[in-house]
Design a binder for this molecule. Sequence first.
Ligand code: FAD
Ligand code: NAD
Length: 474
Amino acid sequence: MTDSLKCDVAVIGAGTAGLAAERAARNNGATTLLIDPHFAGTLCATTGCMPSKLLIAAAEEAHRIERADTFGIIVGDIEIDGPAVMRRVRSERDRFARLTREGFDNIPDGIMIESRARFLGPNRLALADGREIEAKAIVIATGGEARLPPAYARLGSRALTHESIFEIEDLPRRLAVVGSGPIGLELAQAFARLGVEVALFDRADTLAKVRCQRVHRALLETVESELSVHLGCDVEPELSEEGVTIRWSANGGGNENGEEHFDLVLAAMGRPPALEGLDIDKAGLDCDEHGVPCHDRATMRCGDSAIFLAGDVAADLPLLHEASHDGAIAGRNAARFPAAIKTDRYVPFAITFTHPALATIGSAEDDGAITGTVDFSDQGRARVEARNRGVLTLYAAAPDGRLIGADLFAPAGEHLAHMLAWAIDTGMTASEMLERPFYHPTVEEGLKSALRTICAATPIPLPDDQDKGVPPGS
Ligand SMILES: Cc1cc2nc3c(=O)[nH]c(=O)nc-3n(C[C@H](O)[C@H](O)[C@H](O)COP(=O)(O)OP(=O)(O)OC[C@H]3O[C@@H](n4cnc5c(N)ncnc54)[C@H](O)[C@@H]3O)c2cc1C
Ligand SMILES: NC(=O)c1ccc[n+]([C@@H]2O[C@H](COP(=O)([O-])OP(=O)(O)OC[C@H]3O[C@@H](n4cnc5c(N)ncnc54)[C@H](O)[C@@H]3O)[C@@H](O)[C@H]2O)c1
């Protein structure tokens, strides 16, 4: 007879979203089961956010030293010890992964089930070990999986994804990066700054789907100064004696064709939701054209079922803070099923950790917004620090200049992006933001000119007790 387990809420996947969902369900009084085949630590700690930021940190250090002569500091030739760089990435990464695993100790006994789950019905799961689970509600939090098309899979160990790139023992001499989304862009720039010859390819005409053309131009200019970029092209990889040959051909308006040899290829072509093997058809859910169950982001509930989504599997905003918010919402609503509570979601907000940082916040120009732009090439503090490159575009709604979004590729970009996301979240207008103090000399002062442009386009006067002058270098 099949061994059958019962619980109020079963959570499939113990990543950031699944852990948050299980915790929220338990804190809301539900009996829970949390299923994962590995319990190895979250994607964020093992092959995602943290190892990528560790590699970027090494690259930044090298870059800082390399441009020290701008300030009259002569360092001489620098040597990059590739194996040492990768060893630090892995040892710090392993520490983050270990800390995540230690967090599993806080989960009461009997909740964690080391297995893979698939649906037998809307309330029933089969485990790979032969057992079955009957649950009043189920949260799917299975994450995403790096896309590796067959032509790349045929390259064997020459083709890497974010799951394998941090395992390389030494830096390659020549690296092709296919896909210029956040993964491709961050890692292409980092490897280039570590002395690797990098070429970045994308079939799209735009890097990282940047919405604002001014911001895109600034980004492209910086990236092209550090590595070769081939946009709007179809790429064909093939194993060769020395490594991999990449042939590319223009797929639209461009006229670029070419062929080059590389040691390794990083496939950064997206991370579709991990739904394979879940037998989702047995859950009785309506799915969109990509096979993702249709769901309400305010509740994370799929239709009127007792099934909820959380994290990258939902394919909404595959970001860490959203995965954890999804999990908290889905877990609570699963525990209180059928009384789903609607939650207001954060303003959409993504930062790509290039240098300077690239960020997208809220709505854009296309939505008929008033815009204000800052060019950082002559901005005081940025110039003091010789990091005076980049552009920021602010979007505001008529008639009152309420801030609705921003695109930026700018110094201190991750901090400006937070400040703007919070201002947008609280419904501030450009005029209200200008009433706040701006310390001098800071990169934040750069925002003032964009805010003033927006104020000038609205019937709301600029705050009249504020000086309209411009301090030196602001
Ligand atoms: C290289 C990289 C860099 C990133 N950098 C950033 C960043 O700087 N900032 C940011 O905000 N976001 C970043 N992200 C995105 C962020 O890491 C993810 O949005 C987040 O980690 C997703 O969490 P999750 O819980 O949805 O998925 P995961 O952590 O992947 O968890 C999914 C879990 O489901 C389990 N699972 C799968 N199938 C089954 C099954 N059938 N049965 C049981 N268990 C199953 C898996 O084993 C896994 O443990 C990055 C991602 C990558 C790849
Ligand atoms: N800093 C961060 O927050 C951060 C960092 C890394 C990853 N992430 C998350 O991870 C997710 C996945 O990142 P990603 O960069 O892999 O995905 P992505 O979907 O954002 O970008 C994939 C890119 O690959 C291109 N592409 C796809 N197929 C191609 C092909 N056959 N040939 C050439 N180009 C092709 C696409 O045009 C696109 O530009 C992101 O959506 C992001 O949310 C976030």
